[in-house]
Write a protein that binds this ligand. Sequence first.
Ligand code: AAM
Length: 347
Amino acid sequence: MPVISINENGFLEKLKKTKGLFSCVISSIETTKYVPISGVNKSVIDYTPAADMELVTLGKSLSLNHPPIDATGCPSPATITRAAVDLLDLPVLTVDAGSYVKPKIPYVSIDEKPTGDIRYGLAMDNSKELFRSGKILSKNTIYESLIVGESVPGGTTTALGVLLGLGYDAKDKISSGSVENPKELKLSVVESGIKNSKSNDVFDILNAVGDKMMPVVAGMAISAVLKNKPVLLAGGTQMASVLAVINEINPKILKSGLIGISTTEFVLNDKNADLKNIIEQIGDVPLFASKFGYENSKIDGLKAYCKGSVKEGVGAGGISTYSYLNGLNPKDIRYYVEENYEIWYSN
Ligand code: AAM
């Protein structure tokens, strides 16, 4: 299997041969308008969550002329996710938790308003409600397994904020969508926001420096486990922060054997981050990382993933783990992305 497994406890066997639902929760963060914390290209950042999910669902971005790109012009990780869901014909459920631009595809609306300015501890005032909505949505959705990702530009900064706010040693350990992870800047943003948190309670921390994707995904994952269905948090350090949120709300979920986290090899090997250590601090949960063979790609934008561009997002790592378990291999995904690259990015 082209998947690195850490602390595997039989989870993959449970995920195998299930009819998976891929869901992706999207949000924008107001802070990205004022502070360059995100690795997503500034020219497309407000459109990125919508355009990512249009690509995953339809095979083309409608809200932009081409799928999103990062600051160095490399393709969105939604290209990987599109390959996996199309090749396996998986159902996709888009959940809006406050994207600036709304996707031009059917989606579930949980919150229209974007995440606020985390510099002032004003991310949201409704994290508890968002958590409940995520729980209700997942309880009432049919699937044999749930693979849940995110598209939240600036989301590695909110991940840092929430993990620090909950007391984790995360300072130098959070990844980024950019080659140059602006660590000092991200830290100063969240440190000023945390000061305005009402307390150390998980919902107060989320309200101050989280993003709206986090309580929604936490609720969705908890409902999945309560329904006895395996759930894969599809992401890197952003999903680690969701795992920490789940652990605060219901620590038994982590011990259920029904929850895992899966990212890409690019995040796991990121020298500017330490996902493995963060997961170890949170609990006894299996961590996976999908391989892609992108070092062999003929396309520079894909090769650049190996040098720190993009790395992860839109559930790319997790949906690939699921797809490798269910018949695909890295070449299937790479060839699909390479074949479509010209069409997607010709504009
Ligand atoms: C999602 N779409 C993307 C992308 N992501 N398109 C281009 N580049 C990305 N990196 P940061 O905190 O640096 O903004 O990184 C998190 C974002 O990068 C998220 O939106 C994630 O899904 C990914």
